[in-house]
Write a protein that binds this ligand. Structure first.
Ligand code: NAG
Ligand code: NAG
Ligand code: NAG
Ligand code: NAG
Ligand code: NAG
Length: 495
């Protein structure tokens, strides 16, 4: 999947929490052993003997643990609504014991709403999360209802078409996009209600969720038919998290603001990655109206695939669907480019207008070995994409791709491509547009260059690389562009 995957594959924090709760929940007979261990750990923490590692147990984790050990009082079990003889069983005539199973309470939400958007005169998209096992093993269904504000008009209903976009990558939650297309025009003001059933026949449980309210005259219906768009190119970023390097983000933004031109816009999603220093490099662009940041940190409560990136990109698709000619989906360690001789970005994109979607080939770059053609001292002062100039040329069967779509034709989207669209998809655009991928460069806050080389071909750790200065060569132009556009406000940015 996205760059996201390798970045924190192990969720060290979650593993740690799990371990703690395992320890806490373990048979109380082992209490003493753990208390002894705790003493040892505490000593070890006081005397700074243990080398720091990502797996460190903080004292607060253990305090939590102690509080779970100490009280001898029974824990309150709050589920007291025992109304039936739930554990009874009956013996059938043939001697077989008939067992019964009764559900109580609920473990994961039936539906978690993020957003709902109108997509035309009779159609809407609702974006959210839903319990993954429910979708894998159950049969949840959706009904969309439009309830006009005026009491003289009758509500109308239509079955909601659910689209699961995450290719089976969900965890406790999976991303659901529900397409509500009504058989007739829905143009009077009103509320959209999503009726979400779990599909459990014995429960008949339906959640009726108001997802969208449209006041009188609040919708400009010409938006859905107009060919004039506010932006030519819109970037929808995936969930950003981790300790991102402000300097790398600065470089990425300056590069792409120049690459895509004035009629472009960047939408970034902060799942904790846009910390204070990163926001400072975004600020000038946000103030100019070139960048929009969405704070999506609250989705962390719902355990989905990599900070719920599938939900986030679908929200972005539908939110900006009628504002942009093209929407691009790629990551902030990836740099788009148009090979020399192919013309401008505008010309290339016009030549692809017959396609609803095209996928983009990856050029993998090393983010550890650098080109020292300027001499080592000057190399360190260069921007990341100027010095990380060695391209990995090892033969592999397939590399991840990224993509761009004409959003009006797309109903839901993924991370590597959309599979819910009308019109054609083009997979052979590599002569027109490609991207350089500096894997792992963005999530480290230090000088990326581990080793310097000077040659046009290098074998490093048994892997062949060639010098590729395509992106490096525009370094000066990008810096000049940044200076002209936002001045020298970011000149003191650190790694
Ligand atoms: C547990 O139950 C006792 C007695 O019913 C009650 O006084 C107490 O407030 C409860 N504690 C919690 C945390 O619910
Ligand atoms: C529960 O068990 C009692 C006694 O066995 C029986 O009279 C009653 O009908 C049962 N209730 C239900 C809901 O099955
Ligand atoms: C819902 O699906 C229909 C038919 O595929 C499509 O025309 C419409 O644009 C979709 N609506 C949204 C909001 O995606
Ligand atoms: C489920 O509930 C709805 C609304 O309360 C009701 O109309 C319907 O008959 C119920 N269905 C079943 C199978 O109980
Ligand atoms: C790299 O090559 C240049 C010119 O060929 C040379 O001047 C420089 O010393 C070399 N640097 C290193 C680190 O080998």
């Amino acid at each position: 999947m996205a760059m996201a995957k390798e970045r924190d594959h192990h969720h060290p924090n979650k593993d740690k929490k799990l371990l703690i709760s395992l320890i806490c929940n373990f048979s109380t007979e082992l209490k003493l052993i753990f208390i002894a261990l705790l003493v040892i750990f505490t000593l070890a923490t006081l005397l700074p003997l243990i080398p720091s590692s990502s797996f460190s147990l903080s004292s607060s984790d253990f305090r939590f643990c102690i509080s779970r050990f100490s009280p001898a009082l029974p824990v309150n079990i709050t589920s007291t609504s025992v109304t039936e003889n739930t554990t009874e069983h009956t013996v059938l005539k043939n001697g077989v014991i008939k067992r019964t199973f009764n559900g109580h309470g609920s473990a994961a939400y039936n539906f978690v709403t993020m957003s709902a958007y109108r997509g035309g005169v009779n159609s809407f998209a609702v974006i959210g999360l839903s319990s993954k096992p429910l979708h894998v093993y159950g049969h949840p269904t959706y009904l969309c209802e439009w309830v006009p504000h005026s009491p003289t008009q009758n509500p109308v209903s239509t079955p909601g078409l659910k689209i699961l976009t995450d290719w089976g990558y969900g965890r406790i939650y999976t991303t659901v996009v529900i397409n509500c297309t009504f058989p007739s025009l829905v143009t009077v003001s009103g509320n959209l209600i999503l009726h979400a059933t779990t599909g459990d026949p014995s429960l008949n449980l339906t959640n009726s969720i108001p997802v969208l309210s449209e006041p009188q005259n609040s919708v400009d219906f010409s938006l859905y038919t107009s060919t004039k768009k506010q932006y030519d190119y819109l970037y929808c970023g995936s969930s950003l998290y981790g300790d991102l390097s402000p300097q790398r983000v600065r470089e990425w933004l300056a590069y792409h603001a120049r690459f895509f031109g004035e009629r472009s816009h960047f939408v970034l999603h902060d799942a904790g990655g846009i910390h204070g220093d990163v926001f400072e490099v975004l600020r000038p662009w946000v103030e100019m109206g070139r960048v929009t940041v969405h704070d999506i940190r609250d989705q962390e409560r719902f355990d989905g695939y990599y900070h719920n990136q599938f939900m986030v990109v679908n929200d972005c698709l539908h939110r900006y669907r009628f504002m942009a000619k093209w929407i691009f989906f790629f990551d902030v360690d990836e740099f788009m480019y148009v090979p020399e001789g192919e013309g401008t970005v505008k010309e290339v994109m016009e030549s692809l207008e017959g396609y609803s979607q095209f996928t983009i080939e990856q050029m993998p770059m090393s983010s550890r070995i650098c080109y020292s053609g300027d001499g080592p001292a000057r190399t360190y002062r260069k921007w990341g994409f100027e010095k990380m100039a060695y391209r990995d040329v090892k033969k592999v069967p397939r590399r991840d791709r990224k993509y761009a779509v004409q959003p009006q034709n797309v109903f839901a989207t993924g991370v590597h491509m959309s599979q819910n669209l009308q019109g054609k998809t083009y997979h052979k655009a590599e002569s027109k547009v490609r991207y350089f991928h500096y894997h792992g460069s963005i999530s480290q806050r230090r000088e990326p260059c581990r080793h310097l080389f000077n040659d046009s071909r290098v074998v490093f750790e048994n892997n062949p690389y060639v010098l590729d200065t395509t992106i490096r060569d525009v370094g000066l132009a990008v810096k000049t562009f940044e200076m002209r556009t936002i001045g020298d406000r970011l000149i003191r940015t650190r790694q």
